[in-house]
Design a protein. Sequence first.
Length: 222
Amino acid sequence: MKKIQIAIDGPAGAGKSTIAKIVAEALRFTYIDTGAMYRAVTYKAMKENIQLHDAEAIEKMLQQTAITLQPSEQGQLVFVDGQDVSQAIRSNEVTANVSEVAAHANIREILVAMQQKLAADGGVVMDGRDIATHVLKDAELKIYMSATVEERAHRRFLDNERRGIPSTIESLQKEIALRDKLDSEREASPLIQAEDALFLDTTNLSIDEAAQEILKLAQQKM
Ligand code: C5P
């Protein structure tokens, strides 16, 4: 069987990471959560009190930072300079600021190069915002996953509850809508459906149904 690249893009809370993890596990592929990398950079910049609009300062910091991803039972662990930040990068503070950092073209350039290296041998399921349009333009399977903002906020709420992160549906709906706006209106690699990506609306699909749909499409490419 061919070790293909599967690119999954879409707005916040569409179910990308949950579904991508299941698909990767079923195919014995590596799952790569690129959002975690932007979150890791944001986390460290905030910790070091770097102004988040200062793209040059963040780049300087990033050049002296080791970001590593490690597959785990839960999907993927993220380390910044050897410290496990997998939980910390999901905080409300990082979530509220990550889109500002991700809008910097110089930061994207560095992270995209890392992502392309990680996917070079194939056998990967990578999720993010610009995977099909920029990172893995030649991916054999490209999915653009979405769901209504109400459904996405509801899912995030349940997810936060599980993780012990306090939130309300109303605030999540606002946060998600704002993040979508920032991510789709930025100049550098905005969130957009690639021309050759298949649209998957997960509003009325269970996690398993969505995963099965992608697995079916993947099998046709392998
Ligand atoms: O996927 P997740 O919601 O964790 O991503 C966090 C943020 O990282 C997004 O809102 C977006 O600003 C940024 N991101 C990006 N490009 C990617 C993945 C994530 O700009 N490929």
